[in-house]
Design a protein around this ligand. Structure first.
Ligand SMILES: [Mn+2]
Length: 244
């Protein structure tokens, strides 16, 4: 995020950044990751931050909750409220339009094709919050999780691809945790992948009219043996006008 901030990028958070099913309190999350929230608030201060809600943080669908929890935070050292994302609007989807070609890309979290995580989200949240943590100790799989249920994930992916290919703008979604970048098959479905994978995180970069899937990971210098944060382009870059 430092790198993207310094290079002048706009950051778009594609949903589920806050795990508000397992954690009932956003405040606990904000404190545990205060460095990340501080960086995101810097993006916001420069009008370079867009926020989309997902099934795990659909709390931000409600503007009252956004105003109460996201506009400001309580600074315990100075005993006063400080701005966090003052005046922010959290969206269900956004459309990016290429200034030169007019091509559009639709961004949304993607749980909307997933019944248990959309229409019946409250069942999913109840299970995760109250039942699953006990079953987990016995080795059960979280029934709502995309990561642990490959059949459910494949169905969600199929539905997202079908939706993307039958509607006008291309789609960038998240939710499945599986990165996706269309090849020459004319598919219009992209997926950012996961930011919680233990060995790497993935994301989608759009720069100078080109789109690419990237991976950030900890690498080792072959000579000195010390660790550093590395980035690898996994797919692309493709010109936006060629793929849409
Ligand atoms: Mn999700």
């Amino acid at each position: 995020m430092n790198s993207y901030f310094d290079e002048g990028f706009t950051y778009i958070e594609l949903g589920d950044g806050d795990e508000l099913w397992e954690n009932a309190s956003f405040e606990v999350i904000r404190k545990a990751h205060s460095d990340v929230f501080w960086k995101m608030s810097q993006f916001h201060d420069e009008n370079r931050f867009y926020f989309i809600w997902g099934n795990h943080n659909r709390k931000w669908k409600n503007p009252k909750d956004v105003e109460k929890h996201l506009y400001q935070y309580y600074d315990e050292r100075e005993k006063c409220n400080k701005p966090l994302f003052e005046g922010i609007k959290v969206h269900e989807g956004l459309i990016l339009k290429h200034q030169v070609t007019g091509n559009k890309i639709f961004l949304t979290h993607g749980h909307q094709v997933d019944l248990l995580n959309d229409t019946y989200w409250w069942i999913g949240r109840f299970v995760v919050r109250n039942i699953w943590k006990y079953l987990q100790m016995l080795g059960a799989r979280d029934p709502t999780s995309m990561v642990k249920n490959s059949k459910r994930r494949q169905q969600v992916e199929k539905d997202l691809i079908q939706w993307a290919n039958t509607h006008e703008p291309a789609v960038i979604a998240g939710h499945t945790h599986r990165p996706e970048f269309p090849g020459k098959d004319n598919s219009c479905y992209f997926n950012t992948g996961s930011c919680v994978h233990p060995r790497f995180i993935t994301g989608i970069e759009i720069e100078n009219g080109e789109i690419a899937l990237v991976k950030w990971f900890i690498n080792v210098k072959p000579d000195g043996g010390f660790l550093f944060i590395d980035k690898e382009v996994k797919a692309g870059p493709n010109k936006i006008q060629d793929i849409l």
